[in-house]
Design a protein around this ligand. Structure first.
Ligand code: ACO
Length: 430
């Protein structure tokens, strides 16, 4: 009788049985290698191009139960963090694994505040971008360029160095993002104001005009902080996977973060919030929703902001954003797109196509609407995602690096190409 925590595999090609250990609900893909048809056979592999059922790591940072719509960071439910914590505290929690005490939080906030400035040369470098450069393209390139300003960041196995790069990255992302945004608008850059909160300072760098001091509306400042908490981490998504994969080659954290941000830029990932607004504007009014849904079902485009690889239920972050939107609208006035979005949600969730496929609103469905009401241009949306996600990327990177036996990420392939053949000189190819 095989032991209970094992999987028995029968290879019908050879009539042989294999017993494979199950640990924490998973088998090790490498154990499949012993399944062979002959001694010189490479052994069995699993084929999973989009990692739909492959755990690429063991992690203690974030837990998602997609079937039940649950999200927890280090064990704390996202609903409690969103209502009781702050973004910088959540960033600390993600990276260090525990909530800070008062002294730790004060030091953490102070260290991040101290690193908000960019080297003046960064500004010159950014000047080179075309006048209408998308802020995400500028952000990706500028974060990568920080690698050249901080060569000490290559000392990735040094805990103190990692700490310093962590402060710098979390502190400088808002400054880069704001400069990228103002570059596109042709406005002069605004230096960080270290007397302001993390989100208050970002709003100042984005919106300050000819005033001595920019004072953010406290409701909007708080709403942005909540949005940042909701975007801080989401376990092994496309960009976190990019961060881990690049970091696994021991590249420095700036270029790894640039790679993660590039992954986030795509419309199937963090670029979806920008795409949602475009889609809602194309739908135009409630009366056009049924026709739009019909087109989606016929394969003419996707309902952006809907569906998720992991959530097969309502994304808990989308719920919190919908509630936060109401508080924002009390200050800014109602963004009419919210009513259109709610109508799209209502009709989609009554439709068999979406019900059967378990397609619900994800975090991006409502985030663009609230950002727009707060005065952010749609081109800034993904940048507003990248800023808070930086703490999640760093937490994932650090966990990967400090794992025992860490190795470079290097998937296998199923080769289906040509058999060996001889090179034909150009003149003889016919
Ligand atoms: N609209 C219409 N149909 C959809 C949608 C959608 N938004 N999402 C999935 N489907 C359908 C697919 O066509 C497929 O149908 P089929 O089985 O008949 O072929 C089925 O649902 C499963 O879809 P997959 O593409 O296999 O799902 P996957 O897990 O690979 O993709 C993804 C997840 C990329 C998020 C997808 O749902 C999507 O494209 N959504 C729209 C973009 C979006 O909102 N992205 C943001 C995600 S959240 C984030 O990254 C922050």
């Amino acid at each position: 009788m095989p032991s209970q925590d094992t999987l028995t595999i029968r290879d019908n090609r050879t009539d042989k049985d294999y017993e494979i250990e199950i640990v924490d609900g998973a088998i090790r893909a490498l154990d499949l290698r012993k399944v062979k048809v002959a001694e010189d056979d490479f052994g069995l592999m699993s084929y999973d191009p989009a990692f739909t059922n492959t755990a690429s790591c063991r992690s203690e940072i974030t837990m998602i139960d997609g079937e039940r719509g649950i999200l927890r960071h280090r064990g704390y439910p996202i609903e409690q963090l969103a209502t009781q914590s702050s973004y910088l505290e959540v960033a600390y929690l993600l990276i260090y694994g525990h909530l800070p005490n008062e002294k730790q939080l004060a030091e953490w906030e102070e260290n991040i505040t101290l690193h908000t400035m960019l080297h003046e040369n960064t500004k010159k470098f950014m000047e080179g971008f075309h006048h209408d450069a998308h802020p995400m393209g500028v952000l990706v390139s500028t974060v990568a360029a920080l690698s050249t300003f901080y060569p000490d960041a290559k000392d990735i196995h040094n805990e103190e160095s990692r700490k310093l790069q962590t402060y710098r990255l979390i502190a400088k992302m808002p400054t880069i993002a704001a400069y990228a945004y103002r570059h596109r608008r042709g406005l002069p850059y605004v230096y960080p104001d270290n007397g302001l909160s993390y989100t208050g300072n970002l709003m100042s760098m984005l919106f300050k005009m000819q005033r001595d001091k920019f004072v953010a509306n406290p409701v909007l400042e708080k709403a942005l902080d909540i949005l940042f908490i909701l975007h801080a981490d989401h376990e092994q998504n496309c960009s976190a996977n990019a961060m881990r994969s690049i970091g696994s080659s021991h590249a420095d954290p700036y270029v790894a973060t640039a790679g993660a941000a590039a992954a986030l830029y795509g419309p199937l990932h963090g670029g979806a919030n920008e795409a949602v607004l475009k889609m809602l504007r194309e739908i135009g009014s409630k009366k056009n929703v049924p026709k739009f849904i019909k087109d989606v079902k016929e394969g003419k485009g996707r309902l952006m902001g809907f569906g998720h690889r992991v959530y097969k239920n309502y994304d808990p972050r989308a719920k919190i954003i919908r509630d936060t939107a109401e508080q924002v609208f009390e200050v800014t006035g109602r963004n009419p797109l919210i009513d259109l979005a709610m109508e799209v949600e209502r009709i989609a969730l009554e439709d068999d196509y979406f019900v059967k496929r378990k397609l619900y609103p994800n975090v991006d469905f409502y985030s663009g609407i609230i950002y727009e009401a707060m005065g952010f241009h749609s081109r800034a949306f993904t940048v507003l995602f990248a800023i808070p996600r930086t703490s999640g990327w760093i937490a994932q990177w650090q966990e990967m690096l400090t794992e025992e036996g860490q190795r470079i990420a290097r998937p296998r392939q199923v080769y289906l190409g040509s058999e060996p053949r001889n090179y034909v000189p150009l003149g003889k190819r016919g």
